[in-house]
Design a protein around this ligand. Structure first.
Ligand code: LLP
Length: 404
C-alpha cells in the first residue's frame, strides 16, 4: 500500500456521504507540496505557477491562491477562471499553443504574462503591440524527455514551441518590431524525474541569452515527476533546487543581470492530493481472470487507457483482506481497463476501491461519454469534507441541446 494523506476511513466516510464515483481532494496536501518547493528553491530568484490544466475547480484554485502560489493557464478560459478567483494579472501566466491570435491579444490586454509558441503569432504580436508590452517566447529545445511520447513536448517532432533551428527567423521578427522579449520558456514534458533534463534547458538558455539582452525570466515549464507506483521515486527536489539555484547564480553572473526562474508544476501540486473512489458493481470470472467491473470508466479517469498510466488501487472497504489478482475494468462500452493482473485486497461486490494520484488530469479530462454523468468532487480542508462540484443530473445532459 502507499501512504495516503487521507485515511481510508475519511475516504470511506466521504463516499458514504456524497456517493460514488467520487473525486476527493486534500487541501493540506496541496499546501505541503508547495511548501516543499519553497523549501528547496532560492525564494528571491524563483516563482512557481500552478499549471491549472491539471485541475481547474475554482475552490482548488482558491486554495492555490490563498497559499501565495501563482497560476499558469493554457487557454483564455483558464485565464478567466484565474481572474474570477482573484489572482492578480501579474501572477497569471498564459502559455498558448496553436491559438488564434485574438486569444493572445486578449490575454495581453488583460495584463497577464504571455508566452508565445510560434513565429506566426510572434509576428502578429509585433504588428499589434510592437515594443509596448513584454512577452515570452517558447523554445523547442529538441530534447526528448517525459514519461511517454504522448506527454513529451520538447523533441524534434513536437508541435510545441519555436524550433531552436529557427533562431535567426525569431531574431528577425524581434528586431523588426523591437519586441521586448522578457521570458524564454522551455517545457520538455511531463513526469521528468531526471534533474539533468532541467539542466539541459539551462544550457539551452545559456546559448540563447547572448541573443536576447532584454530577457529577465527563464521559464523551465512544468513536468516534475511524482510517485505513482509504490516504491517509485519522484523528482529529487532537494537536488533539483540546489542545481537550479546554482545555475541561476552562474547565469546571472555570466550575463551581468539578475534572472528569475519560473516553474509551472501541475502534477506536483495536485496529483497526490486527489483520490478517486468507485464501487465494484460486478465480479466476473473468465478462466483465471477475475474482472472487477466498476461504476465508472474511461469517461471519468482516462489516464490508464490513454497513457497506459499506472494508478495504484486499493480496497477501502476491506483493506485487510488477503491479496488477490484482478482485472479492474470500467462500465463504458469500450475496453476501458484500469489495470490488468493487479493485486488488490480480496473484493466483494459493493466494495469501494480508491485510485491514487487522481488529483491531476483526472476529473479535468472527464467526459459525458455514453451519456453518463460526471462525478461529484469533494475537498477536505481543515478535516471537513465539502462538496466543490456536484455530479451531473439528467437535465445537464440536455442543457446544451437547443430545441428545434
Ligand atoms: N507547462 C506547460 C507548458 C505544459 O504543457 C504542462 C503540461 C505543464 C506546464 C504541467 O506539466 P505537469 O507538471 O503537470 O507535468 N494529461 C497528461 C499530462 C499532459 C501535460 C500537458 N502539459 C497526463 O495526464 O499525464
Amino acid at each position: 500500500s502507499m501512504n495516503a494523506s487521507l485515511s481510508y476511513s475519511l475516504l470511506h466516510a466521504a463516499a458514504e456521504k456524497f456517493g460514488t464515483p467520487l473525486y476527493v481532494y486534500h487541501a493540506e496536501k496541496i499546501e505541503q507540496q508547495y511548501q516543499n518547493l519553497l523549501a528547496h528553491f532560492e525564494s528571491t530568484q524563483t516563482k512557481f505557477f500552478y499549471a491549472c490544466k491539471a485541475l481547474t475547480n475554482v475552490h482548488i484554485l482558491k486554495v492555490i491562491k490563498d497559499m501565495g502560489c501563482n497560476i499558469d493557464c493554457s487557454s483564455i478560459n483558464e485565464v478567466r477562471l484565474a481572474l474570477h478567483v482573484g489572482f492578480l494579472p501579474n501572477n497569471i501566466l498564459y502559455t498558448s499553443n496553436s491559438v488564434d491570435f485574438d486569444e493572445i491579444s486578449t490575454a495581453v490586454e488583460l495584463g497577464v504574462n504571455v508566452n508565445i509558441d510560434s513565429l506566426s503569432n510572434l509576428e502578429k504580436f509585433g504588428q499589434k503591440f510592437g515594443e509596448t508590452k513584454a512577452i515570452g517566447v517558447r523554445i523547442r529545445p529538441d530534447v526528448m524527455a517525459g514519461g511517454n511520447l504522448k506527454i513529451s513536448t520538447g523533441h524534434i517532432k513536437s508541435k510545441f514551441g519555436i524550433p531552436l533551428t529557427q533562431l535567426d527567423a525569431l531574431k528577425l521578427i524581434q528586431e523588426k518590431y523591437k519586441i521586448n522579449i522578457r521570458t524564454l520558456h522551455i517545457h520538455t514534458g511531463s513526469e521528468i524525474k531526471d534533474v539533468a533534463v532541467f539542466m539541459k534547458s539551462a544550457e539551452v538558455f545559456d546559448t540563447l541569452l547572448p541573443h536576447f539582452p532584454t530577457v529577465e525570466v527563464l521559464d523551465f515549464g512544468g513536468g516534475f515527476k511524482v510517485p505513482y507506483a509504490p516504491g517509485e521515486e519522484g523528482t529529487d527536489m532537494p537536488q533539483l533546487g540546489a542545481e537550479v539555484n546554482k545555475v541561476m547564480k552562474q547565469l546571472s553572473e555570466k550575463f551581468g543581470r539578475n534572472f528569475t526562474a519560473w516553474f509551472e508544476p501541475g502534477k506536483y501540486m495536485v496529483s497526490e492530493a486527489g483520490f478517486f473512489i468507485a464501487k465494484v458493481n460486478v465480479l466476473k470470472t473468465s478462466g483465471d481472470i477475475i474482472f472487477a467491473g466498476l461504476n465508472t470508466g474511461l469517461n471519468h479517469l482516462i489516464r490508464p487507457m490513454f497513457y497506459d498510466a499506472y494508478h495504484h488501487i486499493d480496497n477501502i472497504s476491506s483493506p485487510e483482506n488477503p491479496m488477490k489478482q484482478y482485472a479492474v475494468v470500467g462500465n463504458i462500452c469500450e475496453t476501458d481497463t484500469f489495470a490488468w493482473d493487479r493485486a488488490i485486497p480480496e473484493i466483494t461486490e459493493g466494495d469501494l476501491l480508491v485510485f491514487y494520484n487522481a488529483g491531476a488530469y483526472g476529473y479535468e479530462m472527464a467526459s459525458n461519454y455514453n451519456a453518463r454523468f460526471k462525478p461529484a468532487q469533494v475537498l477536505f480542508q481543515h478535516g471537513e469534507p465539502k462538496l466543490i462540484s456536484r455530479a451531473d443530473q439528467f437535465e445537464d445532459l440536455l442543457s446544451l441541446q437547443v430545441p428545434l
